[in-house]
Design a protein around this ligand. Structure first.
Ligand code: C5P
Length: 240
């Protein structure tokens, strides 16, 4: 599954993963920011970072967290790979922008939400491989199983997009670093990073996503993630 103009020349340079983990996670209903809520006994942000390390595709990881959690985040994260913690911002785009600013030498960025804590290393490696093949913007995508409708402010249906043309988009989203920097030069709001890149007129390639990369948002997602980990063999935390 791909929709693209074809690869260009690979940009080269270090792959830097940016992990937005500065959200409050109100919908989860927990007493701490979402990325710090444990899944299967391990904080989501640690699981997301471990997945990035296990992919073997990342040279450096920068995690954006709420200001008051910078120190405790440092204590939670592994030391075996180059991992840095920086202060995030009020909106997700502010957090990503802070990460971009902290990595002036990056050749590629993988932007990966801490909330997609169970994204498999293989998915991360596949996104990175497409970047190195010369695609400047790459996102994991899954077919949509529900029928999706648009509604007006009164909740009355205004349309039914063709489901065959719809995709649910996940992270990590990969970009040539200069492209993501250019996309973030403007202040336009967007729900994902690829949305900003699309505005520049650059083709965003989709690759097949993974159901395990689902975003942990609601209490039910947390239970699902706990159940997945209970049935998966993962290396013990602290072995990386
Ligand atoms: O709230 P939502 O689940 O859409 O957030 C997606 C990711 O962005 C989460 O990992 C969250 O921690 C992060 N985020 C952030 N800074 C914000 C808001 C969200 O890093 N201000």
């Amino acid at each position: 599954m791909s929709e693209t103009d074809g690869p260009g020349r690979s940009a080269g340079g270090p792959v830097v993963a940016l992990v937005p983990a500065a959200g409050r996670g109100v919908r989860l209903g927990e007493d701490k920011p979402k990325a710090f809520v444990a899944v299967g006994g391990t904080p989501m942000v640690r699981l997301a970072v471990d997945g990035l390390i296990d992919s073997g595709a990342v040279d450096e990881i920068i995690v954006m967290v709420p200001a008051e959690l910078v120190e405790s985040a440092g204590a939670l994260l592994p030391l075996s790979c180059s991992v840095r913690v920086v202060v995030g911002g009020a909106e997700r785009t502010d957090s990503v922008r802070a990460g971009i600013a902290a990595a002036p030498d990056a050749g590629y960025f993988l932007v990966h939400d801490a909330a997609r804590a169970l994204a498999p290393p293989d998915l991360i490696a596949r996104v990175s491989a497409e970047l190195h093949a010369g695609y400047p913007a790459v996102v994991p995508a899954l077919p949509v199983v529900d029928t999706v409708k648009t509604v007006n402010p009164d909740g009355v249906v205004t349309g039914t997009p063709d489901r065959a043309a719809l995709r649910a988009i996940q992270t990590p989203q990969g970009f040539a670093a200069d492209l993501l920097r250019a996309a973030y030069a403007s202040d336009v709001p967007a729900t994902d990073d690829a949305g900003l890149v699309e505005r520049l007129g650059v083709a965003v390639r989709t690759i097949l996503g993974d159901p395990l990369a689902f975003k942990i948002t609601n209490p039910l997602d947390l239970r699902l993630a706990d159940a997945v980990l209970a049935h998966t063999e993962t290396p013990a935390v602290g072995t990386r």
